[in-house]
Design a protein around this ligand. Structure first.
Ligand code: HQG
Length: 174
């Protein structure tokens, strides 16, 4: 889907971070944007948008039932409530990053930064590819089971990304 890569990037920008660039507001409950406005803003046909959604390698986007609305499944910096129920995580989760962030992570734990959540992966392979976006990847192991027992909430996005508000350093194996 090389030819749609830039359209997909634009959609991700709109649906996660900057809906205002096409004059849209995301619904707080559900993070939905109107499909019509997205088509107009991204200069795409419905068929093209459907193809982008269906072929996205990470399953980043979902339509609502009647395909009048679209949302990103995770990754938002806009304040929205995806309406996900808290879920029990596996004992271990993983976070892919790069060496230059390790000092800060050791000091402050994993922070959500611009986004609403810290993003965690269920397997090392996925975490490696997340880290690789920024350079030589480093994978941190998170004692998610222990965090959960201690009362931290976890959410699983529709496309398999585990999310939590923060992961204090005491739960990290760096
Ligand atoms: C780092 C992609 C210093 C953290 C991926 C990361 C993911 C700290 C960066 C999704 C820190 C934030 C999210 C601390 C965390 N001090 N650095 N205390 N705590 N960091 O992009 O997890 O392709 O917001 O390690 O696949 O890299 O866009 O998070 O490097 O699922 O669909 O701060 O984005 O998905 O970066 O990536 P990000 P992320 P998409």
């Amino acid at each position: 889907m090389k030819q749609y890569q830039s359209a997909s990037k634009f959609i991700s920008l709109v649906l996660r971070h900057r809906p205002e660039i096409i004059g849209v507001r995301l619904e707080y409950h559900g993070a939905w944007a109107p499909v019509k406005a997205v088509l107009r803003g991204a200069k795409l046909t419905m068929e093209e948008l459907e193809l982008i959604v269906e072929s996205d390698a990470k399953g980043r986007y979902s339509f609502n039932e009647d395909k009048t609305k679209i949302r990103a499944n995770q990754g938002h910096s806009v304040e929205v409530d995806l309406g996900l129920a808290p879920a029990q995580p596996p004992e271990k989760l993983y976070h892919g990053t790069v060496g230059r962030f390790l000092g800060g992570i050791q000091k402050e734990g994993l922070r959500a930064g611009e986004r609403q959540f810290v993003h965690l992966s269920a397997d090392v392979e996925t975490a490696l590819s997340v880290g690789r976006r920024r350079g030589k990847p480093v994978v941190i192991q998170i004692a998610a089971g222990r965090m959960y027992e201690d009362g931290y909430q976890f959410f699983l996005s529709a496309n398999g990304v585990w999310m939590t508000k923060e992961a204090p350093a005491a739960y990290l194996k760096i």
